[in-house]
Ligand binder design. Structure first.
Ligand code: PLP
Length: 329
């Protein structure tokens, strides 16, 4: 029995997501062999990686008798869209705290947040943490039972979604081997879960997160956050595995002008995958990570004789909020 079988989980996904081979792209590049894990197709509300985390977070919220999900993020947060949909699917209320000011016209993920019936609060980023504590207090005073989900659903509970995802992948690969998993890394739940999952499943290849944020903090702060999430996750699993910052590979240098700022790297990657394979990437996360992977291949840092799996984490609804940045290239 997998270690996660005893942890409660609220079914929101259509699993397993497909694993496909990008044959046309691989031959165009002259190698390596590239597989893609389609977590853009997790099933709920246009998919994405947050649905896997939300299955465990929602089960915890329901077990605690909560009636309202509270979470926070950017205006085009995929996590907030998936949380709003999960709340609707489980008959819970949803309150979102989004960075910045309300735009005149809601587009992309923000439009979907509204369709799912979420209540939206706008706040400048530096005041965001204080605002979430205040909102939770206000909801309690009003007799509600709020459940606060951290940015990106990234804590030890959310990360369980990616521990189970590794087991799922290993079963799908059967006897095929891969040398490396590449994906977009930002709030850490995905990478922490993948690394814990790799340890549990005995996967020996590289787990390469592409840092998509312009991270001006000390170099190891993100690795420490990943370590903390992974150790909390391992404790919940009941395994004796423990992690240190050295267990996490984060590739930096591909964040361009910063979070959500589209450049040539993303534009080229999005067009290339769309036109060679008919698959959509997003402008903020997967497009940047895929562009970084292409660059690592061209530079030989990912060798032509490797088999690489790109873990597609979703996000395409944001394309519609970035049309101006994406057309004409
Ligand atoms: C949130 C998100 C990520 C990053 O996942 P983390 O667990 O926050 O590191 C990657 N891709 C997409 C599309 C996302 O929405």
């Amino acid at each position: 029995m997998p270690a996660t079988a005893k942890l409660s989980r609220c079914k929101l996904t259509q699993l397993p997501t497909p694993v496909e081979e990008l044959r046309t792209l691989s031959s165009k590049l002259g190698g390596p062999k590239i597989l893609i894990k389609r977590d853009d197709l997790t099933g709920l509300a246009l998919g994405g990686n947050k649905v896997r985390k939300l299955e465990f977070l929602l089960a915890d919220a329901l077990a605690q008798g909560c009636d309202t999900l509270v979470t926070l993020g950017a205006a085009q947060s995929n996590h907030c869209r998936q949380t709003a949909a999960a709340a609707a699917a489980c008959s819970l209320k949803c309150e979102l705290i989004l960075n910045g000011k309300k735009p005149e016209l809601p587009q992309g993920n923000l439009f979907l947040d509204e369709l799912f019936g979420a209540t939206i609060h706008w706040i400048e980023r530096p005041q965001r943490a204080a605002k979430s504590a205040e909102l939770v207090q206000q909801l309690k005073t009003a007799g509600r039972k709020p459940y606060l989900i951290p940015v990106g659903g990234s804590n030890g509970i959310g990360a369980l979604g990616y521990v189970t995802a590794v087991t799922e992948l290993m079963e799908q690969l059967d006897k095929r081997t891969i040398n490396r998993i590449v994906f977009a890394s930002s709030s850490g739940g995905t990478q922490a879960g993948l690394v814990v999952g790799a340890r549990v499943a005995g996967f020996k290849g590289a787990v390469t997160g592409i840092g998509i944020d312009k991270d001006d903090r000390d170099l190891n702060i993100y690795e420490q956050e990943l370590t903390d999430i992974a150790n909390d996750c391992a404790t919940r699993l009941g395994t004796n595995d423990r992690f240190t910052p050295k267990d996490f590979e984060v590739v930096r240098g591909y964040a361009g002008a910063g979070y959500g700022m589209v450049g040539d790297l993303e534009r080229e990657a999005i067009r290339l995958l769309a036109q060679t394979e008919g698959i959509l990437l997003d402008p903020v996360y997967a497009g940047r990570a895929f562009g970084a992977m292409l660059d690592l291949i061209r530079k030989g840092q990912i060798a032509k004789n490797e088999t690489v799996l790109f873990w597609h984490t979703g996000g395409a609804p944001a394309l519609f909020a970035y049309v101006k940045d994406l057309i004409g290239s």
